[in-house]
Design a protein around this ligand. Structure first.
Ligand code: TRP
Length: 454
């Protein structure tokens, strides 16, 4: 049998997993949630969610992946043969595929904005909102960018675990962290930026409500790439000496620091131009920010140019490393389950993703009125089904599976690297308790809230 691929170093493991976690979710979703959720009060709740829910679930996925050294679908089949749990493995593989389709569309937009910023064309736009809707609603241009980013992801995945995923993460993640640091300094030095900082740091506990707490939980989930088989697949390539709990701490810390830094970049910059709460979602990075850059451009052009190029490069890097992690689970599944070669498996995933991505992209233009399912466009449907339905369901299943069903000895072996590491018994008990009780209950509440049942 062919030897299974693995990451070559602990640094590679942390950077690849952090690459999966740090994505569009950190750069635009987090700052907007902070804005609407009461500034620092939201950040505090978010950190609690990361520590109590996100990290244990991440470790749970690591345990499954590294114990079996298999793709998610075959991992569950090995651990719980002929049982309903196998569905979770398939759910991970296919939801990852769904996420890839619409994530690729947005990654394509960031590439377009990077090109426009580089060539200074962003500067000539007088109405950012109209410009964005004309671009995203067009037929061909967004498709070209979608195909370009999908192909970039394709050529990373096709090279395999070490030469593809690990090498690209070792290159892109340090660059990403460097850009963040530079942008924070830039943003702080803009006149009037302190208003934005105040807005971000002032804890407004009056805005805290159960729905804000649930949003923080949902955000922690999406941002840490949990429950979709991404981390489980990466963990199947971990070496035996990797420390699962320590890796989860490092990844969660990097992810949270990047999210908070993104807030430190966006709010001071936006407030230095006008004291408004930025638009939510795509509006923030594709409409409000170009406006901010243009104003900055007016006074000192080179700074505006530099800031915008760096910002969209940051967004593209973040999106790409996440896309790679979403591409790998279905690829690993096809490769191992159907014994395909890596190039064939990668190509199948890329071609189908581009096909479905085209439907998502066109739903901002020619297919805007085509709402085949639940009255949603293709883009909204993929987003809704994966992020709002399968994600929480997956989280509940992973926590119940590792908490209740998985042999406790496997958990202990994985956490202690078969006894060679000392992990206090109390830490393991708390870990199991969180998976058995707190996480399923918390997740069921997110689910009910997100579906609007409550
Ligand atoms: N975590 C990434 C972000 O913040 C997105 C992502 C990658 C993801 N893999 C995932 C989200 C798996 C959910 C599940 O943008």
């Amino acid at each position: 049998m062919e030897k299974r691929a693995n990451f070559s170093s602990k640094l590679g493991i942390v950077l690849a997993s952090a690459g999966s976690a740090v994505g569009l979710g950190n750069v635009w979703r987090f700052p907007t949630e902070v804005g609407t959720g009461g500034g620092a009060a939201f950040i505090l709740i978010y950190i609690l969610c990361v520590v109590l829910i996100g990290m244990p679930l991440m470790v749970a996925e690591f345990v499954i992946g590294r114990h079996t050294h298999k793709n998610p679908a075959d991992a569950y089949r090995q651990l719980a043969p002929r049982s309903g749990w196998i569905a979770q493995g398939y759910l991970g593989v296919f939801t990852a595929w769904f996420i890839l389709c619409y994530y690729g569309v947005v990654a394509g937009w960031t590439m377009k904005y990077l090109v426009e910023a580089l060539t200074t064309r962003l500067d000539d736009v007088s109405d950012s909102a109209a410009y964005f809707s004309a671009f995203s609603g067009a037929t061909w241009e967004p498709l070209i960018y979608l195909v370009i980013v999908m192909l970039m992801c394709h050529f990373i995945i096709i090279r395999g675990v070490q030469a593809g995923i690990e090498r690209s993460s070792k290159l892109m993640m340090p660059l990403l962290l460097l850009i963040i640091a530079v942008l924070v300094v830039f943003s702080f030095s803009m006149p009037g930026s302190s208003e934005g900082l105040k807005f971000l740091l002032k804890p407004d506990f009056s805005k805290l409500s159960s729905s804000v707490v649930l949003s923080a939980m949902g955000q922690a989930f999406f941002s840490l790439s949990i429950a979709m088989g991404c981390l489980c697949t990466y963990a199947s390539y971990f070496t035996d000496d990797a420390r699962l709990m320590k890796t989860a701490c490092s990844v969660a810390s990097i992810d949270t620091v990047v999210a908070v830094m993104a807030g430190f970049i966006l709010f001071p910059a936006v407030f230095s131009v006008e004291a408004v709460t930025p638009d939510a979602g795509p509006g923030l990075v594709f409409i409000t920010l170009p406006h901010v850059f243009r104003i900055a451009f007016g006074s000192v052009p080179i700074i505006g140019w530099f800031f915008s190029v760096m910002f969209y490069l940051l967004l593209l890097l973040a999106a790409l490393t996440s896309m790679v992690s979403i591409h790998e689970p279905p690829t690993a599944f096809l490769l191992e389950h159907f014994k395909l070669s890596r190039p064939v498996a990668t190509t199948i995933v890329t071609v189908i993703s581009i096909g479905m991505g085209i439907l998502c992209s066109l739903s901002f233009g020619p297919l805007a009125d085509v709402k085949p399912l639940f009255g949603l466009t293709f883009f909204d449907f993929f987003d809704f089904v994966s992020a709002k339905v399968f994600l929480p369901v997956g989280g509940i299943i992973v926590s119940l599976f590792v908490g209740w069903r998985l042999d406790k000895q496997i958990v202990v072996d994985q956490l202690t690297n078969r006894g060679s590491l000392h992990v206090p018994a109390s830490v393991i008990s708390v870990f199991i308790f969180l998976l058995r009780w707190l996480i399923p209950i918390a997740m069921i509440s997110i689910f009910i809230k997100e579906l609007g049942i409550l």
